[in-house]
Design a protein around this ligand. Structure first.
Ligand code: ATP
Ligand code: MG
Length: 590
């Protein structure tokens, strides 16, 4: 618009308009915009059928392509769920007349490294999806006074359809993914597209990937256990449904293994498990899926994979997509377990995008809002109030440290957001103590509410005893002659550490954990040589299970244990110990 309130319009078509057509255009535009208009004609060989009229950032698209798009949008509106299409299509075609309508368009200024800057689109919103040529979608991440920064979700092949100057349209929708029951048992990408070659997935709903976390009144305290099946964790760092417990450790310390065992332990407990793989090798994800299938666990799992080979933008949205997927079930009143493996790689993907968007780098070159990035994700895990159905979403975020340094930027951030951490240590892992849980540095801040009464009773002073043992171990390292009392305490501690070792894919049931703990805390395993511990443990469980089947079932189902029942288990265990020692003395003697 120039100074005398005169609009300038550009008409593009293959052939020039006649004088009569030109004056009709001018009359139409000046009536619509309420001021005089000058029309300039630009030849465009590509527009053989129809024309395009540009006034400011508004565009009237009367090309064949544009009209077909209108038709398609009309069809989409009529039929959002994509049900039986034919009658709807007939209807739409019968009632369709192409309209002259203006839509907001913008134009690509720069493009590269999965980032595009766009001019125009004055009304675009943060988080909106933009439509680029060639079917590429973009997500608005930055609104600046004269341009928009957006990240692209191309799949490599169609990303080069975008060039400087190509047209961008608004979609009016925020980014979201399809969700639903049909996703159970499937492996999908960060946008919900199937990756397992098992065909289309029929979605029940479409959820935005970013939604506000439930408020305080929407929540209730965490009070139901989410058992991992790992004795070292369930006994000392119990996790509750709705809690966020960080799994942290160096590379190759069994972080994924802890999460995977927890998923396997949810079999038959009506918990939906979502595993989000971020920036991992595709082969590791494939292996994990194989393991899940081998243990018949896939049918209650959804795997979302954004491996290292996909763009940083997909890695960035993958955990939010997984969270949206989990929320769908949570708001239906169900229990969900979600694993983010891992958030260090997520932060790196976000750092890449931020630097490309020319945001200023902060500590360790991460952008200033990297804390908020993870807090708004993890805050969405909750135990919902009964009014909202009482569902829950438990989050197990994983973070990789460098040389055990928990004070680096990302680890400290996430430690402060979560309700506790399981700290896995390389030294323990390599000495054979697996899962390599560091008892001193791990914590679960939700506390005993997330533990059944039976477990609480059985655990007793386990943590304290282990702490004492660690201290004593350091003190006695160099002294050779120890008094009897100290030696006994050392072997007791070593026995406890041995007891906490557990092979992969073999989660203990609750009654097994209770029996083992009761026996160990009562020093029943004191004189068992360490190398016989695994056998002893197995046979002890078998013998108590055979003797007390009802009690075991009660422990699994109700999680209660009276004092009398405790004594009952202990006397069974002692009986077994006597038999075991007698048998061994015999075999040693004979
Ligand atoms: P990365 O940093 O590569 O993601 P990670 O910390 O997730 O590694 P895992 O892949 O879970 O570690 O485990 C590393 C190796 O240790 C695997 O080969 C796994 O099988 C083995 N492992 C993990 N836990 C146990 C266990 N309890 N008993 C025996 N082996 C284990
Ligand atoms: Mg891992």
């Amino acid at each position: 618009m120039d100074e005398q309130e005169m609009l300038h319009a550009v008409l593009s078509s293959a052939t020039p308009p006649t004088a009569e057509q030109k004056s009709r255009f001018e009359a139409f535009l000046s009536k619509r915009h309420g001021c005089p208009v000058t029309l300039e004609w630009v030849a465009d060989e590509a527009l053989e059928k129809g024309f395009r009229l540009q006034v400011g950032s508004e565009q009237y698209d009367w090309t064949l392509e544009g009209r077909l798009r209108q038709l398609q949008e009309r069809l989409d509106k009529l039929n959002p769920g994509k049900m039986s299409v034919i009658p709807l299509m007939e209807d739409a075609i019968a009632s369709w007349t192409p309209e002259v309508y203006a839509e907001e368009t913008g134009c690509v200024l720069t493009v590269g490294d999965e980032i595009a800057t766009v001019s125009g689109l004055e009304h675009a919103e943060y988080g909106e999806i933009l439509l680029f040529s060639g079917g590429v979608r973009g997500l608005v991440q930055d609104l600046r006074p004269d341009s928009i920064g957006c990240i692209l979700f191309g799949n490599g092949s169609n990303a080069d359809a975008i060039a400087q100057g190509s047209i961008v349209r608004r979609s009016g929708r925020t980014a979201g993914i399809p969700v639903g029951e049909a996703f159970l048992g499937r492996v999908v990408g960060a946008l919900g597209t199937p990756l397992d070659g098992k065909g289309e997935i029929e979605a029940a709903d479409y959820r935005p990937i970013e939604v506000p976390a439930p408020g305080i009144l929407d929540r209730q305290p965490v009070n139901t256990p989410m058992e991992t099946g790992l004795l070292a964790i369930d006994s000392m760092f119990p996790i509750g449904r709705g809690q966020r417990e960080l799994i942290i450790g160096d590379r190759q310390t069994g972080k994924t293994a802890v999460a995977l065992d927890t998923i396997l332990n949810q079999k038959g407990k009506d918990v939906v498990c979502v595993y989000v793989a971020i920036g991992q090798k595709s082969s590791s994800v494939a292996q994990l899926v194989e393991t899940l299938k081998r243990h018949d666990a896939m049918d209650y799992c959804i795997v979302i994979s954004a491996p290292a080979s996909v763009s940083a933008s997909l890695q960035y949205i993958a955990p939010y997509a997984g969270c949206a997927m989990g929320e769908y079930f949570m708001y239906q009143g169900r229990d969900v377990l979600i694993v983010y493996d891992d958030l260090s790689k997520h932060a790196v993907a976000y750092r890449t995008l931020s630097l490309l968007l020319e945001r200023s780098p902060g500590r360790e070159a991460y952008p200033g809002d990297v804390f908020y990035l993870h807090s708004r994700l993890l805050e969405r895990s909750a135990h919902l109030s009964d009014a909202l159905g009482g569902g829950s979403m438990t989050a197990l975020p994983i973070v990789e440290t460098q040389a055990g340094d928990v004070s680096a930027y990302i680890p400290t951030n996430i430690i402060s957001i979560t309700d506790g951490q399981i700290f896995l240590e390389s030294n323990l892992f390599f000495s054979g103590q697996r899962p390599a849980v560091n008892v001193g540095l791990s914590v679960s801040r939700v506390g005993g509410d997330a533990q059944t009464r039976a477990m609480k009773k059985a655990v007793g002073t386990l943590r304290l005893d282990l702490a004492q043992f660690r201290e004593m171990e350091v003190f006695t390292q160099f002294s050779s002659d120890l008094d009897d009392m100290t030696r006994r305490q050392l072997t007791y501690g070593q026995g406890l550490m041995r007891l906490l070792r557990q092979p992969q894919y073999r989660p203990w049931r609750q009654h097994e954990q209770v029996i083992l703990l009761l026996a160990a805390m009562d020093h029943i395993m004191q004189d068992i040589p360490l190398r016989e511990m695994d056998d002893f443990r197995r046979s002890l469980l078998d013998s108590v299970q055979d003797a007390e089947p009802e009690l075991c079932a009660q422990l699994d189902e109700q999680g209660t244990l009276s004092d009398a029942e405790r004594e009952q288990i202990l006397s069974r265990a002692k009986e077994f110990l006597t038999r075991y020692q007698a048998a061994h003395a015999e075999s040693a003697g004979g």
